[in-house]
Design a protein around this ligand. Structure first.
Ligand code: CA
Length: 386
């Protein structure tokens, strides 16, 4: 910080000012609450007393670990931050509407909000795949950068505006696993004839490689692979996959998640419901979504490695890496699928331009930052531990 004697001289003053600011803030806050409780009309008490109740539907089973907790965390945060003025009741998939009808139900105002993944709606909004994850795309850190500081969120809002929906990032899974298979994948030939649950643009790539891609909601996956309706599936990663019990019905667990390198989930809010809120509650909704978004990545980062260890050591899961030539073939397929997508939809072309510009820059920078550091760390440490 430069001049240490100056620092020493001003440090007590700075601390004093900070304490004074804190005391003043708490004082105003207490006065405001007291005024609201007395109902004597101070500081916008009329709007402050109004209560709102939202219904939020999700594409996950109720209270599902990982993915499903974003909606619960959001609801808890909103209630606490608003001092109970906005409450959000969360419904699991199928309680009010089936998982794959979340987008329409929120759009039509049947409920106020939803939680799911944008790429589920690619039949309706082709550009939506960019807002979840595309094969060989941005990782979690990069996606959050693009959405919140690279123009991504504005484009997402533009894509959803015709549906009266306001989207917000709703959790990040980090790099996913390539998925569960009942046969080994040694070459691209082994994908032929394979029926796999794999949504989004990756599903098209998988089908072009000779497989058959299907989209099935999470709650139906276990039975689907157990009964042979599908031969393979991808869901998320070790922590979430173990909770579903896929280790009981599939043998090989492949990495890396070429198809979803940094998936972002979504909160969708009906525009009328959002605009009916006073400004402070709208800010609370946005802030709670941002906090829930970050929290999911933190939780996966903390829990995935222990879950993987348990899957391998206690459940005998066979961990496999997809061969390089399979990855190369999937990349070539991704290029073709991307070309078809941007040629078929003007909004997808517009989002793609923003995404690839950000991608180019951040990829270059990560060559000498994140990637360089991880490579250098491994090289320097070898098998030694911290
Ligand atoms: Ca997935």
């Amino acid at each position: 910080m430069g001049n240490t004697s100056l620092e020493r001289r001003y440090t007590p003053l700075i601390i004093l000012l900070l304490v004074a600011a804190l005391v003043a803030t708490l004082g105003f806050w207490a006065a405001d609450r007291a005024a609201v409780k007395r109902g004597d009309g101070a500081i916008g008490a009329a709007s402050a007393r109004e209560h709102f109740q939202w219904k939020m539907i999700t594409t996950w089973p109720k209270n599902f670990p990982g993915l499903g907790m974003a909606a619960e965390n959001f609801a808890d945060l909103v209630e606490v931050m608003s001092d109970g003025r906005l409450t959000v009741h969360v419904y699991g998939a199928g309680e009010l509407v089936p998982a794959m009808e979340v987008f329409d139900a929120v759009s039509q105002g049947v409920v106020d909000a939803g939680h799911g993944a944008a790429y589920y709606w690619k039949g309706k909004v082709p550009s939506s795949v960019f807002f979840t994850s595309i094969p060989f795309g941005l990782n979690a850190q990069e996606m959050n950068g693009w959405l919140h500081y690279g123009g991504g969120l504005e484009l997402w809002q533009e894509a959803y505006a015709p549906y009266n929906l306001v989207p917000m990032a709703g959790g990040s899974t980090g790099v996913q696993m390539a998925g569960w298979f009942n046969r080994e994948i040694n070459s691209i030939e082994d994908l032929k004839g394979l029926k796999m649950r794999i949504p989004g643009l990756a599903g098209e790539v998988f089908s072009a490689a000779g497989g058959t891609a299907v989209t099935i909601p999470g709650g139906e996956l276990y039975t689907s692979i157990q009964t042979g309706v599908i031969d393979a599936l991808e869901w998320v990663g070790p922590y979430n996959d173990q909770a579903f019990g896929f280790q009981e019905v599939a043998r090989y667990y492949y990495y890396p998640g070429w198809h979803e390198p940094g998936s972002i989930l979504e909160f969708v809010v009906n525009k009328d419901s959002l605009e009916a809120l006073p400004e402070d509650l709208q800010a609370i909704v946005v802030t709670a979504s941002r906090a829930a978004n970050q929290d999911m990545l933190d939780e996966y980062t903390a829990r995935n490695n222990a879950a993987l260890q348990s899957l391998v050591d206690e459940h005998g899961v066979q961990l496999r890496r997809l061969p390089d030539d399979v990855m190369r073939a999937l990349w070539k397929g991704t290029q073709q699928a991307m070309k078809r997508l941007v040629e078929s939809d003007p909004m997808a072309a517009k989002v793609y331009e923003s995404y690839r510009k950000f991608y180019r820059g951040v990829r270059n920078y990560h060559h000498i930052s994140e990637q360089a550091y991880i490579n250098a760390r491994d090289k320097a440490m070898g098998d030694e531990e911290l």
